[in-house]
Ligand binder design. Structure first.
Ligand code: FJE
Ligand code: FE
Length: 296
């Protein structure tokens, strides 16, 4: 691969994400959003989730950020309080801008284990109260490119000449790379952005060709530089996501699924949710179909 990265970003921190309980009976490997890494501006949470019925994420609210769900195996059915519903299967993407408020359920669509990644991206203060909206892309419509043993699926941003149709409020890149044995990647990343790698499968070398290889479920924070360099020196495929975003540089006050800039705004949000006001009006008489028969 030609030299497109002049100053490779080195790995500054590494976190192995252990399984923990979330939702109702679901398991997540949380890397960003755990105690040791509460926030990696503009990223609030990265969960690699694993769910089997009847476990799931029954009716719950969000305000002030976006959730990006990328399925790896199986499917998840979502329903919200405005009657937006659907199922996303392996390779599909749902980019949900919660804005001023969404109440929804996210439940397994089939028997067996459903797996995926869910990323929470913070919204800038002036966009926290925008209208909720969805961008959904089926697997077959996610732009892909391949070159010299590298395959990329472009969830957000662009890589190897392929460009995602996703509109992001906070500028974001989200790339799903698979490197064949022997492949070498050089991927530019805007210099002022925060960026991380999360390894899904196989083992890879990141940042410096002499560094130790990193295996699945590890999150790598990348330091200063103009791009990522990576190698697959193993005999099996290496799959990882590279995610970057422009830091907001704003204060963050979080209370569970509500993320605002001040405690006053959080207090107001809790009040809005309890009273079904300011965007939560439709929560008053709503319950998801998925949980109607269940004893949540
Ligand atoms: C949530 C607890 C939760 N990670 N990954 C508290 F579990 C959730 C939540 C999720 C979630 C959903 C999916 Cl499909 C995948 C997830 C957490 O729904 F929002 C809060 N506040
Ligand atoms: Fe949710």
């Amino acid at each position: 691969m030609e030299n497109v990265v002049k100053e490779p970003r080195l790995v500054t921190r590494k976190f192995l994400a252990w399984p923990q309980h979330e939702g109702v009976g679901a398991i997540v490997r949380r890397s960003i959003g755990r105690f040791e890494l509460k926030y990696f501006d503009p990223f609030l949470v990265l969960d690699e989730f694993s769910v089997s019925a009847p476990a799931g994420f029954p009716d719950h609210p969000h305000r002030g950020f976006e959730t990006v769900t990328y399925m790896l195996q199986g499917g998840m059915t979502h329903e919200d309080f405005e009657d937006h519903k659907g199922t996303i299967g392996a390779g599909d993407l749902q980019w949900m801008t919660a804005g001023r408020g969404i109440v929804h359920s996210e439940m397994p669509a089939a028997q067996g284990t459903q797996k995926g990644l869910q990323l929470w991206i913070n919204l800038p203060s002036k966009h926290k109260m925008i209208d909720p909206r969805y961008q959904e892309i089926a697997s077959k419509d996610i732009p892909e490119a391949a070159k010299e043993g590298i395959k990329v699926r472009v969830i957000a941003g662009e890589a190897l000449g392929a460009k995602s149709p996703i509109y992001t409020i906070t500028p974001i890149m989200y790339l799903d790379f698979t490197l064949k044995p022997g492949a070498h990647l050089e991927q530019p990343i805007p210099i002022s952005w925060n960026a991380f790698v999360y390894v899904l499968e196989g083992e890879g070398i990141f940042g410096n060709s002499k560094s130790l290889s990193v295996t699945a479920h590890n999150l790598l924070l990348l330091g200063f530089g103009d791009g990522l360099v990576a190698w697959n020196k193993s005999s099996k495929p290496l799959r990882f996501v590279l995610v970057g975003g422009e830091p907001l540089g704003e204060p963050v006050v979080q209370s569970g699924p509500f993320v605002m800039n001040t405690q006053e705004e959080i207090d107001q949000t809790i009040e809005d949710y309890e009273n079904c006001t300011n965007g939560f009006e439709k929560a008053r008489h709503w319950r998801s179909e998925a949980t109607l028969g269940l004893d949540y």
